[in-house]
Ligand binder design. Structure first.
Ligand SMILES: [Zn+2]
Length: 375
């Protein structure tokens, strides 16, 4: 350990110096808290299944969506203990156990002040990527994601972790929060039926758990592999029906189970490299007047029959990430046991093995495995 590290000026961080390189674990300056910001001593950071794609391909696939400037500390889903608070921080104290919502925005525009920071022109996900060139200004203010020992965060990003969740479990809050925000956009669930396309992935399992907890009557779970679909059905066999879209059309299957009408609602949760055919097939399984929320990472241009859109009064809604308020609501549901995530198995690596971790995220059991780096 160097003298500067012993004096608290440096910390260990995994950094990416150039796209295509391995990450290097090295000493970097440690942040300090001022104003309304806090420093969180990171205990763990969720590893999203999409990370390898982002590191390798993002700037080619989506040149308008900037990665953080290199060398960059990635890490989307950090949890830890509040270490230091700025002089203007209220309501947060050193020692608080928190999840750090990585969503950053300007905090001052109409979108931000009306509780919709995802609509801000500066919106970005810390430790991951931005949504437009303005996001780079947010990366300057909050340069570190969660793959390091200490990170800076605004007080408005903190979600208290309920006492009944371990840190390892709480690193799933980001993707669960994304699922929760999508399910909220579906509206009232009582008596409704819901297609979950990509149901056995990280987002899909989250949507299933949240929708069941909030009272959905029927789930039409669609994915590729039958073993994970069977495991999903076991969560609530009386409410979940499963279908492998390797076996045919999702539209036909759903309509054959709904007297030809289709399901009331749908959430698409497919991954970055999925086929759009699966999405459009599932969409046709939604009934007249239905609502479709998209939280998939799938890229491409989807052909939409605009006559169907208008005549059948379909609602198509995009949903990205979630607000800290959504995170606080979700933490309440987890803390009271309304949503039970004990079925999700953590799989963890130490920070020194981060490169092994990045290539290992496909090795688990779909959305039933939570991948994380422990700090
Ligand atoms: Zn804003």
């Amino acid at each position: 350990m160097t003298e500067r590290r012993m004096m608290g000026e440096l910390m260990r961080a995994a950094r990416l110096h150039a796209v295509g390189d391995k990450m290097l674990v090295e000493d970097v300056p440690r942040p300090s808290a001022a104003g309304t910001d806090v420093v969180v001593a990171v205990k763990g950071c969720g590893m999203v299944p999409n990370l390898a794609n982002v590191l390798a391909n993002w700037e080619t696939w989506y040149p308008q969506m900037p990665l953080p400037p290199r060398p960059a500390v990635f890490g989307l889903d950090p949890v830890g203990v509040v270490h230091e608070v700025g002089e203007q921080v209220v309501n947060v104290r050193p020692g608080d156990r928190v999840h750090v919502n990585p969503g950053r925005s300007c905090g001052a525009c109409h979108a931000c002040t009306s509780g919709a920071p995802q609509k801000c022109d500066y919106w970005m996900l810390g430790g991951y990527f931005g949504y437009n060139p303005n996001s780079l200004e947010m990366f300057e203010r909050y340069p570190y994601g969660g793959f390091c020992e200490y990170m800076l965060a605004p007080q408005g990003a903190l979600v208290p972790i309920p006492d009944n969740l371990e840190f390892r479990q709480a690193t799933r809050l980001g993707y669960l929060g994304t699922a929760y925000a999508a399910v909220k956009k579906l509206g009232q669930l009582a008596g409704k039926s819901l297609i979950i396309n990509g149901a056995t992935g990280t987002l899909g399992v989250g949507v299933t758990l949240v929708a069941l907890a909030l009272g959905v009557s029927r789930v039409f779970a669609v994915a590729r592999g039958v073993p994970l679909l069977e495991r999903l059905r076991a969560l609530a066999p009386e409410r979940i029906e499963i279908f492998s879209n390797h076996d045919g059309s999702t539209e036909s299957w759903v309509k054959s189970h709904t007297a030809g009408r289709g399901a009331d609602l749908m959430v698409d949760t497919l991954g970055a490299v999925a086929s759009l055919d699966s999405l459009s097939d599932a969409m046709r399984g939604v009934r007249r007047g239905g609502r479709i929320v998209n939280i998939s990472g799938t890229a491409g241009v989807l052909g939409v029959d605009v006559t169907w859109w208008m005549d059948e009064q379909m609602e198509l809604i995009g949903s990205v990430w979630f607000t800290t308020a959504d995170g606080i609501e979700l933490a309440g549901l987890l803390g009271s046991g309304v949503i039970d995530i004990s079925v999700l198995q953590p799989k963890n690596w130490p920070l020194d093995e981060i490169n092994i971790a990045i290539s290992g995220v496909a090795s688990g059991e779909g959305g039933f495995t939570s991948y994380l780096v422990e700090i």
